[in-house]
Design a protein around this ligand. Structure first.
Ligand code: HEM
Ligand code: HEM
Length: 415
């Protein structure tokens, strides 16, 4: 038997068939794998590691689908399409062609949205080959990550539904119509003479307008995307900031440009940034809401610093919700973190209270002074376990014990 590489007017060639079945097999693995991995818990290190492994596999196979799909589209565009067997059954033909468009689009858009989501986040389940962890022009962004995750889910639902309709159609042709539709996409023998496999062109009025299936597919995608928007799937789900209890005064004020009575130095700007390592990938974030009270005597190079932080104001990229969960910062229960230290010749010695646990801390700081302004920089390393954070994640390869804190601030001498 001679291998026919290219499609003909009657049947698919070996390349189209191979691409069709390899991609079909991968997609039939990827959909249940994605749903299963997404539903797995991640409370313990073992659970998180398993979830991470399955997502790594999901992403790696998914990116493979993307490349195969691009090859397939290019091949399909440069090959004849076997003629429809029953173009006179207008509705059936419209449904089949619309589903083909949905499938062609989905095999590119579903992995692409997943890949963009991956590139916009950091710290979770790497793709299992060295390239593609980051994509050009795709910033690490919580908003973009939420948008692309929502798109991935909506597009993947359209794909799953299209696959079901497509399989139902193929089986109908094979089992009820008993025609060659399935056999010409497989390696089965097409015994029908070419004239029966590809009927003569039907009269123009019986045929569908050529672009109608594509337009129908675009409308269906649009409807699905709008539904996703109405369900709020494209926006980050961030736990609400822990506000003050009704009837009580607010406990924190914005960090910048506030005056504290009696303080000698007023913070003008600054940042309390965090760096954690999950699955060997660094994730950075910062607290948006904190206030500092600093007294400092430049002649003796001594002073006092006291910092109050609102843990609910943490932004840690795509890990924000996890970091604010009950096993982590739990701002619902521990509404404030407090740091106070004596400053002495470049060393801060004091205590940090976080999640209700008070731990002694000592770290060096660099201070540069001019006539009115002071610039301070400090880096310290904390062990999250000292504060009872993420205790169930007891494997540092999953989530490192060390958390780096970087403090930078500019303060002016109070008038
Ligand atoms: C044809 C390829 C793909 C298919 C069919 C597919 C399918 C799925 C499915 C069914 C889910 C579960 C959604 C749910 O639980 O409702 C999912 C989730 C996910 N997929 Fe894919 N996927 C593909 C490619 C990719 C790629 C290439 C990546 C990344 C490189 C990726 C990353 C993800 C992520 C991160 C989630 C979890 C989304 C979330 O946090 O809600 N996927 N995918
Ligand atoms: C699961 C993912 C699948 C995808 C993404 C997919 C996609 C496609 C696409 C885009 C076509 C148009 C022809 C082409 O390849 O260029 C096609 C044709 C076809 N597919 Fe699939 N398919 C999938 C699974 C299946 C399964 C499981 C079956 C069998 C039960 C099947 C049976 C067929 C048949 C018979 C054709 C030829 C239709 C015709 O000639 O009119 N497909 N498929």
């Amino acid at each position: 038997m001679q291998l026919q590489l290219r499609n003909t007017g009657q049947t698919y060639g070996v390349i189209a068939k191979s691409l069709h079945w390899v991609i079909a097999a991968l997609i039939l693995i990827l959909i249940p794998l994605g749903i299963y991995a997404n539903g797995l818990p991640y409370d313990t290190a073992a659970q998180l590691a398993r979830k991470g492994q399955l997502f790594s596999l999901h992403k790696t196979l998914g990116v493979l689908v993307f490349f195969l799909a691009v090859a397939r589209l290019l091949w399909a565009a440069s090959n004849p399409r076997p003629a429809p067997l029953h173009p006179d059954r207008r509705l059936e033909h419209l449904a089949a062609q619309t589903v083909h468009w949905l499938l062609y689009g989905s095999i590119v858009l579903v992995p692409l949205s997943g890949w963009l989501h991956h590139a916009a986040t950091s710290g979770f389940a790497p793709i299992l080959w060295p390239f593609g962890q980051n994509l050009p022009l795709v910033p690490k962004s919580e908003t973009l990550a939420a948008l692309t995750a929502g798109l991935h889910i909506v597009l993947e639902r359209v794909l799953a539904l299209s696959v079901l309709l497509h399989i139902a159609g193929a089986l109908k042709h094979h089992l009820i119509d008993r025609d060659v539709t399935l056999r010409r996409m497989t390696w089965g023998q097409i015994n029908t003479p070419p004239s029966a496999a590809a009927p003569p062109p039907s009269p123009a009025r019986a045929r569908l307008p050529a672009r109608l299936p594509l337009v129908a597919a675009l409308l269906l995608w649009m409807a699905a995307l709008v539904t996703g928007g109405a369900l709020g799937l494209y926006t980050p789900h961030r736990p609400p900031l822990a506000g003050p209890a009704p009837g009580t005064a607010p406990t924190t004020v914005p960090a910048t440009a506030h005056t504290l009575p009696g303080s000698e130095w007023i913070v003008q700007s600054g940042q309390i940034a965090l760096e954690i390592k999950q699955f060997n990938s660094i994730v950075t974030g910062q607290f948006d809401d904190w206030q500092a009270h600093i007294t400092y005597d430049p002649d003796r190079a001594t002073g006092q610093a006291s910092v109050t932080i609102n843990p609910a104001s943490l932004r840690l990229g795509s890990l924000t919700s996890e970091a604010l969960g009950p096993d982590f910062l739990a701002p619902g229960r521990f509404a404030q973190a407090q740091f106070s230290a004596a400053l002495n010749q470049g060393t801060a010695t004091g205590h940090l209270t976080l999640r209700g646990q008070t731990v002694p801390v000592t770290f060096p700081y660099q201070l540069s002074l001019d006539a009115q302004a002071a610039q301070v920089q400090a880096t310290l390393s904390l062990d999250r376990r000292d504060f009872g954070i993420g205790l169930k994640l007891d494997d540092p390869a999953t989530l490192d014990y060390a958390v780096a804190v970087k403090i930078t601030l500019t303060a002016n001498r109070a008038p």
